[in-house]
Design a protein. Sequence first.
Length: 293
Amino acid sequence: MSISKTSSMPDDTTSLPPRQTVRTPFGDIAYLEAGHGPAALFIHGVFLNADLWRHQLAGLAGLRRCIAVDLLAHGHSPCPPSGQELTISLQAEMILALLDTLGIDSADLVGNDSGGAIAQLIVARAPARVRTLTLTNCEAHDNFPPAAFASVHQMAREGTLAAGLAALAADPDLARAAMASSFEDPDCLSDETARSYFGPFASAEKAEAVQRYVAGIDSSVTVAIRDDLARFLNPTLIVWGTADQFFAVHWARWLAATIPGTVRCVEVEGAKLLFPAERPGTLNRELRDLWGQ
């Protein structure tokens, strides 16, 4: 199924609910919450935070208790506890601990970018906790890190990424330029939103934790869960931008073919990596259809 372009990026200053925090074994985890009913948990990718999902929280709160988390060392969440190195596996463990703390037995998971890889790990580790799964452009199998991310991966391995993140935290124009490849129209990204994403990396502790996080990226963890994905029967939705330089559309088709619960694979013509923020109506419509089943 293919969807053509219908609109440009909406106003990214849409109001957000106040951030909340909850005490977990991983520290006080920050999140945004809107709505009531069955829980839906939204997971962002590296360098971003819960603000990515502002339009999903605004548009879907009538259907779900929508929760968008700040991952460890991102947004307002802390770095990992002392002695624990930041990995996507640790992020998945934190998400499960968050669900436990919030009293949520199962949730509709929605992931973008490396948040999609984290969602896949949760499926592998605790499939009964995932009522439905929605994956937008994200890592899959051995495409971790993707080739277009190689220069950033190399910066992290050389120890220069932390300083780059601090520079982005200080300059919204620089941050917008760094994100240009992820948006159809990066000029629509407000200074406020650019600061919200990268401002936390003014903290040397967070910048260095994320540097180690990126340096440690290895596809072995996502390759290892292929058989787990192949056993997942719960309703799964794939919604994929076709113009993403990081995650080509053939990975959407790979996921759809691998996960037997896939009910629909939607290709969003011309959309890029962060289309949930840029074309929220498209994703929200597909989520409404999925959750209505």
